[in-house]
Design a protein around this ligand. Sequence first.
Ligand SMILES: Nc1ncnc2c1ncn2[C@@H]1O[C@H](COP(=O)(O)OP(=O)(O)O)[C@@H](O)[C@H]1O
Ligand SMILES: [Mg+2]
Length: 253
Amino acid sequence: MSQGNPILIENLTLTLKKKLILDSVSLQAEKGKITGIIGSSGSGKTTIFKCLLNLNLPKDAKMEGKILIFGKKPKDIPRRLVQPVFQDPISFFNHGWNLRKCLQEPLKINFKLSKEEINFRIETILKEFSIKEKALEQPINRFSGGELQRLSIIRALLCEPQIILMDEPVSALDVIIQEEVIEIIKRINIEKGITILFISHDIDVVSVLCQNVYVMNEGKIVEYGEITKILDKPENTYTKELIDSRNLTDIKY
Ligand SMILES: Nc1ncnc2c1ncn2[C@@H]1O[C@H](COP(=O)(O)OP(=O)(O)O)[C@@H](O)[C@H]1O
Ligand SMILES: [Mg+2]
């Protein structure tokens, strides 16, 4: 692993009201790969994303350590280049708008484009994802959860990001829709070479998507490795428990 990786976190420690939320977390996301962070609820995964996106940390949070995105501090990186996708996609969109307006917005904010060019880019990307053009006139609150998650990925792609941070993007979806969104995530990684950091509590999902995985428990990274190695030869007790719990349920993929 080199210093040149798109995301580099070293010894990140975060305390909130004297509670240790992140305990000396170090991780890297390699260029063009999908890196996973897996851990149960409350282990600190979303907090890492908030640090990377430079957002929403409570005022009394104390942070130490190093976070570099393309060698710079998160606050010095144009937001366009690092796009988030969250569990609840509706929070991304303005409920009163139709899809066209929702997709025009990121293009207006981030690029200097004519109206024609904006609409051309939107129509092109919809074709790429087999979404009918007439969907553009539909109010955003009439799309299903799965459709909205696909659209929030499309919205992120319109910004032409180099990194996408995904926080439980398929956790709220039915299994069939999950599979469709997983295929889209794989596709944008392969076809567009976008570096993805993918957070999930679901080892099945992580195992079909990620090449490398960090296992988190109670604010600490307890294990790291290639997904095949983690699944076949877990070393940490918590990782073993995660994998055993997987064997007890139906394996979906
Ligand atoms: N704004 C906050 N105020 C107090 N505690 C918080 C806040 N945000 C997160 N936490 C605590 O930080 C820990 C990690 O949370 P989080 O990063 O959301 O975990 P995960 O995403 O892995 O479920 C949890 O114990 C949670 O209760
Ligand atoms: Mg979370």
